[in-house]
Design a protein around this ligand. Structure first.
Ligand code: GLU
Length: 488
């Protein structure tokens, strides 16, 4: 019988989770869901100095936003909890104790100052950095003396001085590290907290993790972990190291390339389903061309065989395009629901809240096609909401249009609109299109003038539909305002 598939996402709450990190969560989740396995969330919060307030909450929120539900972990519990490492310290102490008793680990009393000096010396001599093993073979007398000096020791792992550690990575194939390149790393720090390495292997073992899918940057930790598993007599999990994510200039993805924290994308108005689709394609593909896939399609097709070894490129333009496609596919009602929070937040303070759903729903067909991010809907629609448009009267006078002609044209249009039976876009078009020649202008000039008068800008959604959505009175008031501006 093969052991059940159990994977984990094990973030450290040291900052707001960035897209690279979340891609790891997505692949683990997909791997579990595709095979009917379990997806575990575990918080690796044992580095007190690097823990950032609010980061743990942001991690949970990021997963929830994308719809990545976890079967075991904080909030939901599970048979192998607690799932927060700072609540599992006795387990790590026990393991460190066992390794000490077995002679696979040792106490190290070197002070931070001594270690700094050692590193500086190594750098000066262009030697690889690493602990020089001074405390590895202390005599009982030396140990006694150090103990009585009151120095708090750390526990270090005894790396075999010779040989090599080899494993088969599911994505990369066989990987070998010479043990001589590994140093005697710390297991337990002097503050009583475990290092990442110790806590990680203890928990992966205790939680019966079958497969470790993590970022490539952890590849060099794997031989250390395997040696620890061996020292403990534990069966190690399988490993798969996911390709790096780079910016378009092929440097490591960073702030320089734009937003990187997942929740920033939410604020910018990206849809979670577009984000999931996009991030899944960073390192995985269905075939060589399919881009748009629903969550269900991705789950049913996901496999590690199609995860590439080469780095993936994060292309913001492609994400924006994809988001636009997802936005266009929303029903107008759904689009309105998603846009509303952005309008609530982004419209000028004088606009009355709450923004009415019905009114926003009328605007949806005017802008949905051209919306690439929900945050853009504020700038695309604000003139529908404000009482007073702010613009320079000169904006009304396009290409050689005289003030007198503009005034005349606006007056005529206003009078005719007042008497229009039905105030809808078809009637408006029927009225205004023939009127252009009547006021001595061409259609595009005339419509441009009206557009500025009713929206305060030159580029806006289609004129007649915009006027219909604004309503007759608002259009007339705005034309009045435009006239006043021209006559001033
Ligand atoms: N806590 C590590 C991180 O922040 C987990 C690495 C791993 O998955 O082993 O990514």
């Amino acid at each position: 019988m093969t052991a059940p598939i159990r994977v984990r996402y094990a973030p450290s709450p040291t900052g707001y989770p960035h897209v690279g990190n979340i891609r790891t969560a997505i692949f683990n989740w997909l791997f579990a869901r595709h095979q009917g396995g379990s997806f575990i969330l575990r918080l690796e919060d044992t580095d007190l100095a690097r823990t950032v307030e609010g980061a743990a909450e942001a991690i949970l929120e990021s997963l929830l936003w994308l719809g990545l539900d976890w079967d075991e972990g904080p909030e939901v519990g599970g048979a192998f909890g607690p799932y927060i490492q700072s609540q599992r310290l006795p387990l790590y102490h026990e393991t460190a104790g066992r390794l000490l008793r077995q002679g696979a680990a040792y106490l190290c009393y070197c002070s931070p100052e001594r270690l700094d000096q050692m590193r500086a010396e190594q750098a000066r001599r262009k030697q690889p950095p690493g602990y020089d093993r001074r405390c590895r073979e202390l005599s009982p007398d030396e140990r006694k003396a150090l103990e009585s000096s009151g120095v708090k020791p750390v526990v270090r792992f005894k790396i075999p001085l010779e040989g090599q550690t080899t494993f088969t990575d599911i994505i990369r194939g066989e990987v070998t590290f010479q043990n001589s390149t590994l140093d005697d790393f710390v297991l337990l720090k002097s503050d009583g907290y475990p290092t990442y390495h110790l806590a990680n292997i203890v928990d992966d073992h205790e939680m019966q993790v079958s497969d470790v899918l993590r970022a490539e940057e952890w590849l060099s930790s794997t031989p250390r972990h395997l040696l620890l598993y061996a020292a403990m007599g534990y069966e190690p999990p399988r490993f798969a190291h996911l390709p790096m994510i780079l910016g378009p200039d092929r440097s490591k993805l960073s702030k320089r390339h734009g937003a990187t924290a997942l929740l920033e994308f939410r604020e910018q108005g990206y849809l979670p389903e577009a984000m999931l689709n996009f991030l899944t394609l960073l390192g995985w593909s269905l075939d060589d061309h399919t881009e748009l896939m629903s969550r269900e399609e991705i789950v049913s097709n996901f496999s590690l065989e199609r995860v590439s070894q080469t780095a993936a490129i994060f292309n913001h333009q492609k994400l924006e395009w994809m988001n636009g496609v997802y936005i266009r596919h929303l029903s107008p009602d759904e689009f309105t629901r998603r846009m509303l929070p952005f309008l609530e937040k982004g419209l000028p303070p004088e606009v009355t809240r709450p923004v009415p759903f019905e009114y926003a729903r009328r605007l949806a067909p005017l802008i949905q096609e051209r919306t690439k991010t929900l945050a853009e809907t504020v700038a695309l629609t604000d003139f529908f909401f404000v009482e007073q448009l702010q613009y320079e009267a000169s904006l009304l006078l396009d290409k050689g249009l005289s003030r007198e002609m503009a005034i005349q044209a606006l007056k005529t249009a206003r009078e005719r609109i007042e008497t229009l039976d039905q105030f809808d876009s078809a009637s408006l078009e029927g009225l205004l299109r023939p009127l252009a020649t009547g006021v001595g202008m061409n259609a595009s000039g005339f419509f441009g003038l009206l557009r500025v008068a009713v929206t305060g800008r030159k580029a806006a959604p289609p004129l007649f539909q915009t006027m219909e959505a604004l309503g007759r009175q608002r259009c007339l008031d705005r034309m009045e305002m435009a006239l006043a501006g021209l006559q001033r």
